[in-house]
Design a protein. Structure first.
Length: 114
């Protein structure tokens, strides 16, 4: 099980690191003397800047082969969220789910030891 757990946890930590870099980029673009203008980039803008045709292709595939409901209210809403928040949430979720289980004492051994 640790062979599966390690790469998932590593991916989660990498996503958390990406989220911190994206947050630092958003803070660096802020106008410091006025302490205003904090406008984080949405996830859709990040994807569009990296691969402009990826969103159109993904939309077509999901609407035709999966479900139009999945694209329109669900994924479109996620694409409007802040990019660092999405990456950080996914990273925390993966890192938490892939953590090592705590050592639990054997209940049978406890009963016979007493």
């Amino acid at each position: 099980m640790s062979l599966i757990r390690f790469p998932i946890r590593l991916l989660g930590l990498a996503l958390i690191a990406c989220a911190l870099v994206l947050l630092a980029d958003d803070v660096a673009q802020m106008e410091w003397p006025a302490l205003a203008g904090f406008t984080p980039d949405p996830l859709g803008a990040l994807i569009h800047s990296v691969a402009p045709q990826a969103l159109n292709l993904t939309q077509a595939i999901i609407q035709r082969f999966v479900s139009p409901f999945l694209w329109d209210p669900i994924l479109q809403t996620v694409l409007t969220f802040w990019d660092w928040a999405v990456f950080g949430t996914l990273g925390l979720l993966l890192a938490t789910l892939a953590r090592r289980p705590k050592d639990r004492p054997d209940p049978i051994a406890i009963e016979t030891a007493g």
